[in-house]
Write a protein that binds this ligand. Sequence first.
Ligand code: HEM
Length: 477
Amino acid sequence: MSAHAPSRRAAAPGGSLTTGQRRLVRDALRRAPDDRLAAAFGQIAGYSFAVAAVTGIALLPFFRPSMAAVVYHGSYAEFDGVSMSQAFRSVLAISFDVKGGLLLRQVHHWSADVFVAAVCLRLLRTFFRARFVGRARRDWLIWVTLLPLGMLVAYTGTILPDDGLSGGSLSVITGVLLSVPLIGTHLVSWIFGGAPPGHDIIGRDYWVHIVVLPAAAGALLLLSSRSSLHGLAPRWPAPRQPHRVRPAPLLLFTCGALVLLGTIAQIDPVWLIGPSQPGSISSGAAPDWYMGFLDGALRIMPAWEVPVAGHPLSLSVLIPGLVVPALFFTGLALYPVADRWLVGERPPHGLLPPASAGPANRVAAGAAGVTFYGLLWAASANDQLAYHLHLDLYTVTWSFRVLVLAGPALAFLIARVVCHALAGRRRDEELHGRETGRIVMNSRGGYTEIREPVRRAAPPSAAPAARTTGPERRPAS
Ligand code: HEM
């Protein structure tokens, strides 16, 4: 179906819209430019963020953002007499001594993981529905920004406990920052307050984590469309009639799921990892799921280093640590611009994006992006895959190098072929009806298959009448 078909059908003879049709278009434009599933993912993201903020505030009185060394003599006997930072000791105390502390920590951590997952799902849904045109462009940009921002809020949170994984993350950040040409060393000493890890980073990270980033993410969530966050965003003007406030079902679902996860699914057991020790990292260490694709990129990048004006330029870290995420997120943000060129058709002026505007290329581009992300993500488990499948680590790493380059192109081609085949079948059904498999003999002794009329839901911007085709008999092939 052409992108222009719906608008043509909505127009009255002579090209102008009738009053009813004009109202239809106006209502469609007034509606939030997304669909119910995208709105549901948006709400889940908003509610998980709210749970993270509430549990985070509840953790504040017990957490000490200090790297000052102390000797542990607490209820976790395994670490008796071990030197650690105040931050790590306070997290052990939250986990073992504060009533409900471990549950709070786990719910806080799970809400971070669910938040980023919900943002990803919303973006995926919006992408494949092409809800990023016109008024929806602003919303798309907000949610694209929320993805790295959410990852950053959560990442700065995982650094706070000052455990072995936190130390590992700090080492990775140090390496990535050092790879920035010219200003890398200055950046590191500015962020860490001297040579890393130093004594300030947890205290600095604390304020970034509890104030700066949540404020930015919260502001973006509130800015986002009312439809996806109508439980959180303020509504102006305020309703005059007092009405009963009923908790939104998704709010209950999200809170219930997070509390359940926090209760039964262990996450970040810092006591099994131990305090951070500069220069050491535990084996089998894995980041939270949302950092997986960056970790994978770092793992499979060849150790390339080129000398530039007498200085080494470490491409092995610069490319996966900064260039890949920068290209990925910029590509996502700018995709709506590329979409016009890729899809080749523009939605009718002033209307919401049509249901289908030659979407095969868009679906193929989405499949390529998902494959790229998924393969990098899987590559972050290269050591685990090699270990469990009894393979050579370098074979696994090399396979991922090839797959990450070839996989997206292959996914693009396959998705395009499948989309065209589906569109062809759909066109055939609309023209001739759906195949029933019932073959009958006609009066001349030939065979024909009985076709059933097809009823399809009208696209959002189309005229209300559903498209129906009459029954038809075609010679059976
Ligand atoms: C007002 C907002 C927030 C406050 C006051 C806050 C506070 C805290 C505190 C005190 C910790 C250290 C306690 C600990 O590690 O056990 C922490 C850790 C953490 N925070 Fe937050 N946080 C806030 C928002 C968020 C948000 C929005 C996210 C993610 C979307 C997040 C993700 C995390 C994570 C993943 C950890 C590590 C938890 C762990 O130890 O396993 N926080 N946060």
